[in-house]
Write a new protein. Structure first.
Length: 202
């Protein structure tokens, strides 16, 4: 009798130990993962955390593009009305590097935060929206102006919510990959839409 119940008892003990480890005070690494996964706390804002995350991604993209393009804009003879918003800037290596870093860090942070919260895809994790929004802007090699910034945001949120193939299927990947990958695909779709809009003269 005891021999047959021993494996079950061992499994229950291991499960209890694992649960205790997850519910204990998180170490510094897990706290950092939550901060990163929530995009500095944006994921904890009430109502539509995904939209807040995408907004954070848009703000980062605009800021980085402005900082890297300001000298270019100054060097162009565009007259008094011309500025960063009207001239349009093609993304460069720094934007692509930023997108790659956020994507890689997001896989780790999202997976760690999800395990710590004992959920598959916690609502407060919005680093995936930040990453997807960056891809939407920087995936197409096209000029960005104020119309591009607005349309890129709208397109990304639309594809992220609609989840056309294979966005929904990408969610089935394990751990942080599943949390991040669907937004990457949505970002690529949005980037293609943005490129097409610019190609037809938007």
């Amino acid at each position: 009798m005891s021999a047959t119940t021993e494996p079950s008892a061992r499994g229950a003990t291991e499960e209890s130990a694992s649960a205790a480890k997850l519910t204990s005070a998180p170490p510094r690494k897990r706290r950092f993962a939550r901060i990163l996964a929530s995009a500095g706390g944006l994921g904890y804002l009430p109502k539509a955390p995904g939209t807040w995350g995408a907004s954070g991604g848009a703000l980062i993209a605009i800021l980085v593009t402005y900082l890297t393009a300001v000298d270019t804009v100054r060097g162009i003879d565009i007259g008094p009305p011309g500025n960063f918003w009207t001239v349009g800037i093609i993304p460069g290596y720094s934007q692509y590097l930023l997108s790659a870093l956020v994507a890689g860090a997001g896989v780790w942070a999202a997976g760690t935060a999800a395990r710590d919260a004992r959920q598959t895809d916690p609502q407060f994790v919005v680093i995936d929206e930040v990453s997807g929004q960056l891809i939407a802007y920087f995936f197409p090699f096209t000029v960005l102006n104020w119309k591009s910034w607005l349309l890129g945001f709208i397109l990304f949120r639309a594809f992220d919510i609609w989840k056309p193939f294979p966005v929904r299927q990408a969610e089935r990947l394990p751990g942080g990959w599943g949390i991040m990958a669907d937004d990457w695909v949505a970002g690529i779709y949005a980037g293609i839409g943005l490129w097409f809009a610019r190609a037809v003269g938007l």
